[in-house]
Design a protein around this ligand. Structure first.
Ligand code: ADP
Ligand code: MG
Length: 242
């Protein structure tokens, strides 16, 4: 948990984030501009160029998409929702993608209702981000263990993979915007997930060993014992660092 605190302190302010977004979007825009100028001057744009332009556009779209979910705090409505259904939805959404990678989900989900005050789409986004990371960490296939249970006054979700794991250097950089080791990564998934869990008064902890795998643990207040964070002092700007 100490690691988690240290990491959340590192989360940048709105200004730094905005500068990062601008920078990340400017690169693909510069490429797009270059190709359009080439076409204007020479008319020599070929299918390979078009393919590159589409992938650059796609990248901009991905970056903007990751932020959209955080960018409309006024629209955020916390509702008491059984988190089992959210988790099951995401698992069935990603099941076929996992199969393609030779990855299988093993679930252990409590039979009890587990109501949580939450914004369903935001929590879905968190589970999608974490499960995608787990799948992407296992290029040779394997198992992802997903556990949902009650733990005291909290709801605990554990996502454990048998993937590449992370070196101490990588672990130290987690949660920094745009930190990615992937050729087509955005490096925003974990930062966005951390923010969402924080705004739900929860905790997100990551343990990882290189060559062995990664375990992500999320604690969220069980609605039976919690106030609705969506009505009581909801965060004003989700992108603000706390
Ligand atoms: P992205 O997936 O776009 O790279 P993330 O914020 O989701 O961005 O993750 C940042 C980096 O953290 C990844 O590039 C990867 O190096 C590392 N990482 C995250 N989750 C895992 C995991 N389950 N196993 C191994 N490495 C991971
Ligand atoms: Mg990711």
């Amino acid at each position: 948990m100490e690691e988690l605190l240290r990491r959340s302190e590192k989360l940048t302010t709105v200004g730094q984030l905005a500068a990062g977004v601008a920078h990340e979007i400017r690169n693909p825009l510069t490429t797009l501009r270059g190709f359009l100028q080439l076409q204007q001057q020479t008319g020599l744009l070929n299918p390979k160029h078009i393919e590159l332009m589409l992938s650059e556009l796609n990248r901009i779209n991905l970056i903007v998409g990751e932020f959209l979910i955080l960018a409309k705090p006024q629209a955020v409505q916390f509702q008491k929702t059984d988190i089992r259904f959210i988790l099951r939805d995401v698992i069935s959404l990603l099941d076929s993608q996992a199969h393609l990678y030779g990855v299988e989900f093993e679930t252990q989900i409590t039979d009890q209702p587990v109501p949580v005050f939450c914004e369903e789409n935001q929590l879905k986004q968190v589970f999608i981000n974490l499960l995608k990371n787990a799948i992407e960490a296992m290029p040779g296939g394997g198992h992802i263990f997903i556990e949902l249970c009650l733990s005291g006054e909290n709801v605990k979700i554990v996502i454990k993979d048998e993937g590449t794991g992370m070196s101490p250097d990588v672990l130290a950089k987690l949660g920094e915007p745009f930190f990615t080791k992937k050729a087509s990564g955005t490096g925003l998934g974990l930062m966005v997930s951390q923010r969402i869990i924080q705004s739900h008064n929860g905790l997100l902890d990551i343990e990882s060993k290189e060559g062995e795998g990664t375990t992500v643990t999320i604690l969220l207040p069980w609605a039976a014992h919690a106030e609705n964070p969506g009505t009581a002092g909801a965060p004003e700007g989700e992108l603000q660092s706390g």
